[in-house]
Ligand binder design. Structure first.
Ligand code: FAD
Length: 562
């Protein structure tokens, strides 16, 4: 057995040491004693998609849940809203639920039965990239077709990418197993890989820097740029250790699932999850901002809201609140070590998102030679070095002047339901600092100018992005993104950065990654728990796994029952 001190000495991957860290946790209670006078079995705090997924699993297991959401509508960062003018539905935050599309959550919760439909036609063009010199690249939903487009830059690199892509299966399966179970309940990625003859190569690749992998494997700058772009999706910088497979992993995900969309937007996914909760006597209540925990007999037995209401749970409370909130609510019960470690969680380093939402008369017609095409996702990308410069600018609180990995989404070309007939929505998304040198509040002064600058970059690439086409626009700075969801601390998309020190067995607090907290009866879910942010539902499922284990039940049996 390895104790906590030994773990700290090991210094190997967090994931490798995961079971040892988890041993430090409070052991699971032999039986969960019910509290009297409770209306629900579990109180679930926060109405993001992970908390809803957790409540839906608990409901499937026969437990009643009440979900309490602070805002007027559930969903958190998974939300589709009329942000510009009535009739135009925009993704306020998340665009593509690629994780949830590919894992088991949507099947186990039978989301199709609850009205969730995905738009992902494999015959379509998936995305269009423009390199900094203006060269376009079409990315198809079929890998071989994409490789044949890429081979015009380097046949050698195309062949190498095909070998790596096709060899990634065991790595991806290992990641899927690790992410699909609470910490300590599935082999670590390293343990899985080391069983394979070429395991040491993949483990080395995984833990070196992304730049190392791209420089070792590819000689053409276009290939390195293409793959560097995918690093922006999870906000990892090329010279950071433990990111060696990030771009290949992210590219693989987008290549396989495309820019998969929910018909009607991610808000429709949330509506389906709410129906899944309600189908098992669950309730989702909005405008319930939880401000306190009820602690009785050393256990968490309920919560208090800002409106003065109390909600008592028969068995426990599952929170998707940021740890910043719970450490203020119960510092003594959580203990000084938990509190101090939770306080050290960092948001997304320097890089947050700056977004511009547009209502349009027409879909942009992108120029590819003499062709004019529409496309749901278009990216303007720079080189690996540009990506480093962009990251450094953010660290210094500056906007980057060079090619800054700008993403443009035009979902209405595959899902017209989001706008009046013939009309369209479009979104620009770019990485930018929260803390500007002049202070975060300075965003309000510069946001219009910055949005204009981004449009000036994009406009020459389409033949109809003139002022006549634009009905309205709405700008969302990192400050606005923070303002719309209390969990978006410092404008963060995932509550806290997903770097090595804050992932796996160390998320949200080393020793407490298994969804329990030092307070019996208080569980944690959401993007701040394993396996982290994105629209994926796994943190919700993994938390339900532990809650049900404490009831002596096996989530895998419950999930597979129809
Ligand atoms: C701009 C942006 C773009 C993104 N794009 C993508 C993308 O394309 N694809 C992708 O997969 N991911 C994307 N993400 C990330 C993804 O949206 C999040 O990681 C994910 O939605 C987190 O889900 P969650 O359920 O854990 O929490 P959240 O969505 O953060 O929901 C938490 C909920 O809890 C509520 N809450 C918090 N505290 C309390 C309290 N005290 N009382 C009551 N309620 C409370 C909040 O109001 C909120 O509704 C993006 C994020 C942002 C910000």
């Amino acid at each position: 057995m390895v104790d906590r001190r030994d773990f700290l000495k090991l210094g190997l991957a967090a994931a490798t040491a995961a079971p040892s860290v988890s041993e430090a946790e409070t052991p699971a209670p032999a039986t969960v004693t019910p509290n009297a006078d409770a209306d629900f079995d579990y109180v679930v705090v926060g109405g993001g998609h992970n908390a809803l997924a957790c409540a839906a699993y608990l409901g499937k297991a026969g437990y009643t849940c009440v979900v309490l959401e602070a805002k007027a509508t559930p969903g958190g960062n998974t939300s589709t809203e009329q942000l510009t003018v009535p009739g135009f539905w925009h993704e306020a935050c998340a665009n593509t639920p690629g994780g949830l599309f590919r894992n088991n959550v949507r099947k186990e919760l039978e989301l199709d039965k609850f009205g969730v439909r995905f738009a992902n036609d494999p015959a379509e063009l998936s995305s269009l990239l423009y390199f900094a010199d203006g060269t376009p690249l079409k990315v198809w939903k079929t890998f071989d077709r994409t490789i044949s487009e890429l081979s015009k830059f380097s046949a050698k690199d195309a062949a190498r990418l095909a070998v790596l892509y096709k060899g990634m299966g065991p790595f991806l399966q290992a990641v899927g197993r690790f992410n699909g179970a609470p910490i300590g309940y599935a082999p670590t990625v390293e343990d899985s890989l080391m069983k394979l003859p070429d395991g040491p190569v993949w483990v080395r690749r995984m833990h070196q820097t992304m730049a190392d992998t791209l420089m070792q494997e590819f000689e053409s700058e276009k290939f390195r740029s293409f793959l560097t772009y995918y690093s922006t999706i999870n906000r990892q910088l090329p010279y950071r250790e433990h990111t060696g497979l990030d771009s290949l992993d992210m590219y693989h995900g987008r290549q396989e699932a495309g820019w998969v969309l929910v018909i009607g937007g991610t808000g429709a996914l949330v509506a389906g999850l709410v129906r899944a909760v309600e189908a098992n006597q669950g309730k989702v209540l909005t405008n319930k901002f939880v401000t306190g925990l009820i602690l009785e007999g050393g256990k968490c037995t309920g919560v208090k809201t800002a409106g003065g209401e109390t909600f008592r749970a028969r068995y426990g409370v599952v929170s998707s609140m940021h740890t910043n909130q719970i450490i203020k609510m119960a510092p003594e019960a959580l203990g000084p070590v938990y509190v101090e470690s939770a306080k050290m969680l960092k948001p997304l380093f320097a890089e947050m998102l700056f977004c511009v939402h547009y209502a349009l008369n027409e879909a942009p017609r992108w120029k590819v030679g003499d062709e004019r095409i529409t496309c749901p996702a278009v990216q303007f990308i720079g080189t690996l070095e540009d990506r480093v410069r962009q990251g450094n600018a953010s660290l210094e609180g500056r906007l980057y002047d060079g090619p800054s990995f700008l993403q443009v989404f035009n979902p209405t070309v595959v899902d017209p339901s989001r706008a009046p007939p013939g009309k369209h929505v479009m979104k620009f998304e770019v990485l930018a600092p929260y803390a500007l040198q002049e202070g975060a509040a300075h965003w309000d002064e510069i946001k219009r100018g910055y949005a204009d600058r981004l449009m000036a970059v994009v406009r020459p690439y389409a033949d109809n992005l003139d002022d006549k086409n634009i009905i309205a626009r709405r700008i969302m700075t990192p400050l606005d993104i923070e303002g719309r969801n209390i969990n978006n601390v410092g404008g963060s998309c995932h509550g806290a950065a997903e770097n090595y020190a804050q992932s796996g067995a160390m998320r949200p607090v080393p020793g407490w990654a298994k969804h329990r907290t030092p307070i019996p009866g208080l569980y944690q879910t959401g993007a701040l728990t394993h396996p982290g942010g994105s629209v994926r539902g796994e943190p919700g499922r993994n938390a339900a796994w532990i809650v049900l284990e404490d009831q002596g039940k096996d989530i895998n049996k419950i999930a597979s029952a129809g």
